[in-house]
Design a protein around this ligand. Sequence first.
Ligand SMILES: Nc1ncnc2c1ncn2[C@@H]1O[C@H](COP(=O)(O)OP(=O)(O)OP(=O)(O)O)[C@@H](O)[C@H]1O
Length: 584
Amino acid sequence: MNHRQTVSRLWKVLRPLRATLALSVGMRIMNHVLAIILIVLAVWGISVIARGGGNRELWSVALALVGLGMVKGVFRYLEQFSGHYVAFRLLADLRRQLYDSLEALAPAGLESERSGDLVSRAIADVERVEVFYAHTIAPAIVAMVIPLAVLGALAVVSPGSALVLLPIVLLVGVVIPFAAHQLGMHAAQRTRNGLGEIAVRLADTIQGIRETLVFGHGDRAETLLERAGDEVGDAQKGLARCSAFQNMATELAIGTGVLAVIVLGSREVLSGTMPVQEFPLVLALTLSVFVPLLGITNLIPDFEQAISSARRLFAIIDRPESGLSSRYFRGGRPKDSGIIFDRVAFSYEPDGAPVLDRVSFAMEPGEITAIVGASGAGKSTLVNLLLRYWHEQRGDIRLGGISLRTLAPERLRELIAVVPQRVHVFNMTLRENIRLARPEATDEQIETAVRLARLHDFIMEQPEGYDTQAHEGGSRLSGGQRQRIAIARAFLRDARVLVFDEATAHLDERTERDIMDSARSWQAMAPDRTVMVIAHRLACVRDASRIVVLELGQVAGFGRHDELLESCEVYADLFAAQSSGALV
Ligand SMILES: Nc1ncnc2c1ncn2[C@@H]1O[C@H](COP(=O)(O)OP(=O)(O)OP(=O)(O)O)[C@@H](O)[C@H]1O
């Protein structure tokens, strides 16, 4: 997205609030007009005193000053309020759009993104866009309108002064800011990249704090952070130099302009071409020309930052996949919960080696189907495709006769509950953590699911039972307890398909068997339910209705445990290796 496209995209976001923004611009213009009138009135008041005018005239000036000062305050309030109202409403909207997109893209579309970078987009970039809406549009319009209007008024009183000031106004309002921007562009880019790098490194170190400590990586992490900090410091020094240059050049230009008007005005007064009482008015107008321009001297760098932040946000929001929503899918109602993988081929990279190659098998409703195979055989990839985290390149997956390609992701996720390998426990109570799966569930339904997941006794031993805090990431729970929270969530979800993606790996063999028994009980509650179990330990799935044996992304065997022992060499080897305690 180039500069112009980004600005027009930002403008499009603004559409519903353009009237409010116009109000803010109008109030800002009125505010400046009143500021100029107040200066002119003050000059008039001084001239009244100088010529020994009457009290009544002086009182009128004083009252007008107070009255207009108060009206100016109201205009200022309305300008600030409406400008920020527009900005903050739009920022909330952008944050919501970003979040929706992240949800639609996750996890496949976000694989190449770094989590620290995403956090920095959601917080810092959205904040910087505020500059565009609240501090760019209105000041830029005012900086064009007011100086031209004041120069026009000045041209009536003293055409020579207006002519002298015109190039200085262009210098202060256009040439100096653009020159400073060109000089500082590189430093601004380095600052932004450096800050992004720090956010990424910090997030990485905090997430991997255990590994950092265990492997003594702390010093290196610190050095890397320090280096990124130094880089930002250097770049910011460049920015400071540039800003100092801009301020100096601006002050010098304004000083020269004012001096030129004083010299010119004095000569006009001495030669009698300008009445002496008009001279203060000319000076007041001269100073007023520059006030709105000073408000935009730092606008270009801020504007640039806002544009590059907006570009980073729209890069996520406008990705085609993030626009997927139910209205693009026309899939009907699945007739049952049976699942068919039909000649499915897939690779994670477009031209990469196939991870799955012509995989075909069926999972019947009311049955437990286990998927087994050595590490890397492609078991979890089947789950990734089933949940539409990724899409198969060839073949088809059907649920109840309906191709998953035609089912909206949100509909699919209502039908399938999954117990993942890596469980995230949120910083809330144990009850709320489980209720996530079904917000409207009653406490009784939660308890039934928790009992099925064999977690009830543990929760009751906690000081506050179900209302005990789980803490961030479930840091005070064991791996097995976290896993059982996920299992309870899946039971509570009341979906038609239940997938265990190596979900019982953290549990001892006995509990693993118990959980499988619970899965059977859950299935028996509604016979149409399908259960898919990805398993490492064959002992726990030997009772499964069917077992699919995967080897190097292909189906090497399909059947019951005893059938496979007879007919499938890969399965027999796996089983023998596990029975003898060897690693698979
Ligand atoms: N996100 C990914 N991007 C690229 N390659 C991947 C990705 N996830 C998995 N793979 C690769 O795909 C292959 C199959 O991985 P998968 O996780 O499906 O195997 P698995 O049978 O579940 O293994 P395990 O039992 O160790 O979990 C592996 O070679 C793995 O390196």
